[in-house]
Design a protein around this ligand. Structure first.
Ligand SMILES: O=C(O)CCC(=O)C(=O)O
Ligand SMILES: [Fe+2]
Length: 296
């Protein structure tokens, strides 16, 4: 496996930004735009516990594969991840599971119930996101239904190698703590065995083609925004207590890919909902469209 660095920029024109993040582009770290975010000062573990502690969160210990899913409150999860000693109920539960990695909450989407959180963050002016302009009904019927995740994690938490859905542009904005990211171009899908490898601890005898892949590696520290073009593979390891905002962006560079995926998914749902002898017999279900259902 070959390693290469990720480009870092501070000021870009919209066109330069698009050249990085369009399909076929390259990953990019943008620095210098988060200092003015109210979130940089306000969003601490205590803030989330005190303000939104009753929110429900789902925990996994192998994020993105959903192993050992467990539902608890945000307050309990924050107690678990900030505890000096491993004596919270969640620690005992974690020991009983014998899980290799700590609990990670990657599905927390508080922006819907608490839209005031949007006031604390902002995209740089050269980054275009069409999602806020989509009609509410459109958003409700298309994935991702709601935008914006807030990821709180302890050291050792891992998001395993995956690609974000619907050909969206990935944004990971790092507010607290450090993360290490291992990134691969869509062309390396086979060399990374469609996500089966662990690039942080590669097993070359089991995955011999991995040596043909190029790993774009970077460390994210507070104030860094990591952008990935559509369909880039990413594996992210939390190094110390971390708060990250994750968003999936759609704009003029990927809208065609996005809408095809979204419509295919709805079409497949519609076709699958028909009775077997629906429109002129059961054979109408387009093979391609059913495939999208499994992909989605
Ligand atoms: O920061 C991480 O753990 C990665 C999260 C991620 O890839 C995602 O939210 O899609
Ligand atoms: Fe992701």
């Amino acid at each position: 496996m070959e390693f290469t660095e990720v480009a870092t920029e501070t000021l870009l024109s919209p066109r330069e930004f698009d050249d990085y993040t369009r399909p076929g582009g390259k990953p990019l770290i943008v620095r210098g735009w988060m200092q003015g975010w109210p979130a940089m000062d306000a969003w601490s573990f205590d803030f989330f516990k005190d303000t939104y502690g009753d929110d429900e969160v789902k925990l996994g210990c192998d994020a993105m594969s959903g192993d050992c899913d467990l539902v608890t409150t945000l307050a309990d999860y924050i107690d678990y991840l900030t505890a000096e000693e491993a004596d919270a109920d969640l620690h005992r539960h974690h020991r009983r599971l014998g899980a290799e990695r700590p609990f990670y909450c990657t599905s927390y989407q508080p922006f819907l119930a608490h839209p005031e959180l949007w006031d604390d963050i902002a995209l740089p002016p050269f980054v275009l996101d069409w999602w806020p302009y989509f009609d509410l009904e459109f958003k409700r019927s298309h994935f991702p239904h709601v935008q914006g995740w807030i990821l709180l994690s302890p050291p050792g938490a891992v998001s395993r190698l995956h690609v974000d859905s619907h050909h969206t542009i990935t944004l990971l904005a790092q507010l607290r703590g450090t993360k290490e990211a291992y990134l691969f171009a869509p062309e390396d899908a086979e060399a990374v065995y469609h996500g089966a490898v662990d690039p942080a601890d590669p097993d070359h005898s089991r995955f011999p083609d991995l040596k043909m892949a190029t790993c774009h590696r970077c460390v994210m520290t507070p104030g860094d925004m990591l952008f990935l073009p559509p369909d880039w593979w990413h594996h992210v390891v939390t190094k110390d207590h971390s708060i990250t905002v994750s968003q999936n962006l759609v704009n003029h560079t990927n809208f065609g890919l996005y809408i095809r995926k979204a419509l295919n998914r709805n079409l497949a749902r519609f076709l699958n909902s028909l009775p077997p002898d629906g429109i002129g017999g059961s054979d109408v279900t387009a093979a391609g469209a059913s495939q999208e259902v499994r992909d989605a």
